[in-house]
Design a protein around this ligand. Structure first.
Ligand code: FES
Length: 194
């Protein structure tokens, strides 16, 4: 079970929700949801609208996944779970909503790729270099291969598009933030889930 320290960071991977989603805002939203939940027909709708999980469909969920120091300098990718805060009428809980590969591509540069294969939604795996073959990503379901930057490597790939990249922000203190969102499967264009 994932545990969090006093700062709201995951003990094993430093995953945390955006600070402004905690504290005062979280309490205010929880209070508001508690009040409106008492109004028949309105409570559940507003709860869904204000929930951070629901906000994924409107531009993604901004989360801190780690710091630059935790990423290998040689560009080897590391996988990080994404944990979101879910607010019900009276309680707040944290739930895993996905995972992301992060890879350092420069002193102050990081690439982020969604772990879900764009073909049919399996989890893409990292395959280290072996016997002259470069390190790459690999989807075990229908054998799609991707480069470390997420490009399709097969002449005819089962995947209709490259792996889905995610927006990365690096804070002055070296924290790595990602805007996490899911995309539609099985189509050539990278289209956010509605
Ligand atoms: S789900 Fe990945 S190749 Fe089919």
């Amino acid at each position: 079970m994932t545990q969090f320290d006093r700062n709201g960071s995951c003990c094993c991977c430093s995953t945390a929700v955006e600070p402004n989603r905690r504290g005062f805002t979280g309490s205010l939203i929880a209070w508001l949801l508690g009040v409106v939940a008492l109004i028949p027909g309105i409570g559940s709708g507003l709860a869904a609208m204000l929930s951070p999980l629901a906000s994924k469909s409107r531009g993604g969920l901004r989360v801190r996944l780690t710091s630059l120091d935790n990423l290998p300098a040689d560009g080897t990718p590391r996988k990080f779970p994404v944990v979101a805060e879910k607010i019900n009428a009276w309680t707040t809980s944290r739930e895993p909503v996905g995972a992301v590969y992060l890879r350092k591509t420069g002193d102050h540069q990081v690439e982020a790729l969604h772990v879900v294969c764009p073909h049919a939604g399996c989890s893409v795996e990292y395959k280290p270099a072996e016997g002259g073959r470069k390190a790459q990503f690999f989807c075990p379901c229908h054998l799609a291969n991707f480069s470390l930057s997420g490009k399709r490597l097969d002449a005819v790939s089962p995947s209709p598009r490259d792996m889905d990249s995610l927006e990365v922000e690096i804070a002055e203190n070296g924290d790595v933030w990602v805007v996490f969102q899911n995309f539609q499967l099985g189509i050539a264009s990278k289209t956010p889930m509605a």
